[in-house]
Ligand binder design. Structure first.
Ligand code: MG
Length: 235
């Protein structure tokens, strides 16, 4: 069955690296920067909880932007400052600047142990690509060199688990669904999504529990290095 495998697609956040750490650091840097630019009272009550509450409001009002985390973040910042009395223009400038700081810091990720070596090995025998619902800029990172391309949901009408990004990846990799394994940590977005278009699936279990529905994946790994063995055993 695995003999036919010619390509692998990877989720990014919490699959190649742990995201929470880099996001928190990025949000912290963003807040610090915005504090340095604005009147004290504008950022006085700024904390993650308050920021996320506004974000929830924004997404509820504009569900169509939910899959574009760049726009969501900018719109949230804009509203934050407008709520504090900034003009639309000022709020927009601050949102853009805040986002830039966040975005740069957010790319500063540390791959899980063994990830780089595994990709370096896989890349010799398989075509590799990434499919993310986040805004990590993989191709600008060191490990981007192992990938042919990275698809971000912000450039598509719908995020994973919708078929559109998987289908585009298969088309660009020039492989049939059954020739491609998708690897990801999210049962719904990655396993169910990829399975729906006929791809093989590897669930990267970063949790210490096995949720219901895990039998949906063809394989389960807890360390990316297991992929090498898995492909060898079945290839
Ligand atoms: Mg993920």
């Amino acid at each position: 069955m695995m003999k036919a495998i010619r390509a692998l697609t990877f989720d990014l956040d919490n699959t190649l690296w742990e995201t929470d750490v880099s996001i928190l650091r990025a949000e912290d840097a963003m807040a610090r920067h915005l504090r340095s630019l604005t009147p004290t009272k504008w950022m006085a009550n700024f904390n993650l909880e308050a920021f996320h509450a506004i974000r929830k409001e924004v997404v509820q009002e504009q569900p169509k932007i939910a899959h574009n985390l760049t726009i969501v973040r900018k719109e949230t910042l804009k509203r934050w400052f407008e709520n504090r009395g900034a003009t639309k223009a000022v709020a927009e400038d601050l949102a853009n600047e805040g986002f830039q700081i966040f975005y740069e810091e957010r790319q500063n990720v540390t791959p899980y142990p063994g990830t780089v070596a595994t990709l370096a090995q896989l890349y010799k025998n398989f075509k590799l690509a990434a499919i993310t619902n986040g805004n990590a800029d993989l191709m600008a990172m060191q490990i981007g060199r192992y990938f042919q391309f990275s698809l971000q949901s912000q450039h598509f009408p719908k995020p994973k688990p919708a078929p559109v990004m998987f289908e585009e990846a298969l088309k660009r990799l020039k492989v049939d669904p059954h020739e491609c394994i998708h690897v990801g940590d999210d049962i719904e977005h990655d396993v169910i999504g990829a399975r729906q278009v006929g791809m093989k699936t590897v669930w990267f279990n970063t949790h210490s529990y096995i949720p219901e529905g895990i039998n949906l994946a063809d394989f389960v790994i807890t360390d990316l290095r297991e992929l090498l063995l898995l492909l060898k055993q079945h290839g």
